[in-house]
Write a protein of this length. Sequence first.
Length: 132
Amino acid sequence: MISYIHSTTILVSDQERALDFYVNTLGWEKRIDAMMGDGYRFLTVAPPGGQAELVLGPVAVLGGEPGVGITRGRGMEGASGISFAVEDVDGTYATLLERGVRFSGPPEGTPWGDKATWLIDPDGNRFFLTGS
């Protein structure tokens, strides 16, 4: 039976720049870094202790365009469809803002009671940052 989601992929224009952002700015861990042939570097990162990994997929090999996302309109242009859960949205927002991370704006209340904002990586990929 399926026990958990292993990974999901975002497109990045520069894997080294993306790796630096996720590891050195967000504090994540590099998990897998392996050449898969034909110039494809399979590179994953994840939050410490997290199971699911984020594949930093190179546009040069996979095609597509970083930061386009899966949604259009409703103020969610570029949304990846991926949500990051945190215990303290305001604290996380303040810490990452000091590190130079871009956001759509400060955290706001949601209809379901949590607070949330959109975190934007260097390629324009947007992640829903949510929690209490």
